[in-house]
Unconditional design. Structure first.
Length: 175
C-alpha cells in the first residue's frame, strides 16, 4: 500500500519521537517470518516496554537523523524491524534474543547504544544488562556490605569479652 506524504511525515515524526527518548535500539531482519510470529514478537515487546515498528528504510533514515541512533543509518538496508528500548537499555536486546532463540529466520543486524553502533554479536551482552530495579538493588547490596561488616566487628568485641569472662568463671568453679 502506497503512503501519501502526510502519512510518511507522521511515521517519521512518531519514530523520531520514540528514538529521542529511547535508551537503545535493535534492528533485525524478519524475512520469512509469518504474521503470527511477528504479532507474538510485538506482544512480548509491548510487555517489556519496547517500541517495535517496521519502517521503510528511507523513512527510518530521516527519523533517526539528529538522534543517538543516527549511527544506524548506513545499516538500514533490506527488510528490517526496529525495536527501541523505552524502559532500560537491555530490554530490546532481551526481547530480540529470546525471540531469535525460537525463530531462526529472525536475524539481528544492528545494535545501537549511547550513540555507538555495536556488532550484532554484542546482543547477548546488552541483554544481560540489569534493569533499573536490579541495578539499584546491586548498588544497595554493595553499599550495605561494609556497614554490615563494621557492625558485626563492633558487636564481636563485647561478645568475646563475655565469652572470656564466662570461661574464667567456669575455670574457677571447676577448681
Amino acid at each position: 500500500m502506497a503512503l501519501n506524504f502526510a502519512q510518511k511525515e507522521a511515521i517519521v515524526a512518531e519514530v523520531a519521537e520514540v528514538a529521542k527518548s529511547a535508551y537503545s535500539a535493535v534492528g533485525a531482519e524478519y524475512r520469512g517470518l509469518t504474521v503470527d510470529e511477528l504479532t507474538q514478537l510485538r506482544v512480548e515487546a509491548r510487555k517489556a516496554g519496547v517500541y517495535v515498528r517496521v519502517v521503510k528504510n528511507t523513512l527510518a533514515r530521516r527519523a533517526l537523523e539528529g538522534t543517538d541512533f543516527a549511527c544506524m543509518q548506513e545499516g538500514l538496508t533490506g527488510p528490517l524491524i526496529l525495536a527501541f528500548s523505552q524502559e532500560d537499555p537491555g530490554s530490546a536486546a532481551r526481547v530480540a534474543e529470546a525471540f531469535a532463540k525460537d525463530h531462526d529466520k529472525f536475524q539481528v543486524r544492528l545494535i545501537a547504544l549511547g550513540g555507538k553502533l555495536l556488532p550484532a554479536s554484542e546482543l547477548g551482552n546488552l541483554a544481560k544488562m540489569p534493569t533499573y530495579d536490579q541495578a539499584v538493588s546491586m548498588l544497595m547490596a554493595t553499599m550495605k556490605a561494609p556497614v554490615q561488616k563494621l557492625a558485626a566487628t563492633i558487636n564481636e568485641v563485647p561478645g568475646k569479652l563475655v565469652r572470656t569472662v564466662a570461661a574464667i568463671r567456669d575455670a574457677k568453679e571447676a577448681a
